[in-house]
Design a protein around this ligand. Structure first.
Ligand SMILES: *Cc1c(COP(=O)(O)O)cnc(C)c1O
Length: 220
């Protein structure tokens, strides 16, 4: 199937309320332009340098998502244009995003990334750490970031019930934070979970945003 057909097939499977982020990392701008012709406007990249290069080359109505680990010293390169940062995993990073957003006279939307996989992955908050962050004076005084939800990755496994239970953990973290820190805040609504191998399970478990790469653009 072509890129266009793959996108159409996924859109057919998902409800309109679920945002499809096409993960274009390592793929050339031609591949993104092929997807663009179908109306796809949300794209995800995991490396700052690659994101900036593609931003400069591609149409300006694309919404760019940073989905990979972000180092504080690189925030400045994406702050002028990034649409959503999925991978906020600490107060230091959020502080820097706030600072760079202010410099650009913007409010940058962010997701808190959580660690739910049983396997040792390097990044993501535990719930207690997130609560500490959200309770901190620094966070409550930030004016140029907006936390709009959470993100997470399930274990890389064939074990469907494990994947499902990890997505359920993410959903329960979302609801718990919604109640404790974002009651009545309609902007806090996103659960970014689900990739090529597991997005169907993720949607069944309440995902609002799926990040799909290889099923659209082919293997990397
Ligand atoms: C690469 C990547 C994806 C997409 O992975 P696929 O399996 O190709 O769909 C999603 N989320 C993150 C954080 C990634 O790094």
């Amino acid at each position: 199937m072509s890129i266009e057909e793959c996108i159409a097939a996924i859109r057919n499977e998902i409800n309109e309320s679920v945002t499809l982020v096409a993960v274009s990392k390592t793929k050339p701008v031609e591949a993104i332009l092929a997807a663009y012709t179908t109306g796809q406007r949300e794209y995800g990249e995991n490396k700052v340098q690659e994101l900036v290069a593609k931003y400069e080359l591609l149409p300006k109505d694309i919404h760019w998502h940073l989905i990979g680990h972000l180092q504080s010293n690189k925030v400045k390169y994406i702050a002028p244009f990034v649409n959503l940062i999925h991978s906020v995993d600490g107060l230091k990073l959020l502080t820097e995003i706030n600072k760079q957003a202010l410099k650009n006279n913007r409010i940058i939307d962010c997701l808190l990334q959580f660690h739910v996989a049983t396997e040792e992955t390097k990044f993501g908050l535990y719930q207690s750490e997130a609560i500490e962050l959200l309770d901190s004076k620094e966070y409550t005084s930030m004016k140029n970031i907006r936390v709009v939800g959470i993100m997470g990755m399930a274990s890389f496994t064939e074990n469907e019930s494990l994947i499902r239970s990890e997505f359920q953990s993410l959903k329960s973290i979302f609801h718990s934070l919604k109640e404790s820190h974002f009651p009545g805040d309609n902007a806090f609504k996103e659960i970014s979970m689900g990739m090529s191998g597991d997005y169907k399970i993720a949607i069944e478990e309440g995902s609002t945003m799926i990040r799909v790469g290889s099923t659209i653009f082919g293997s990397r």
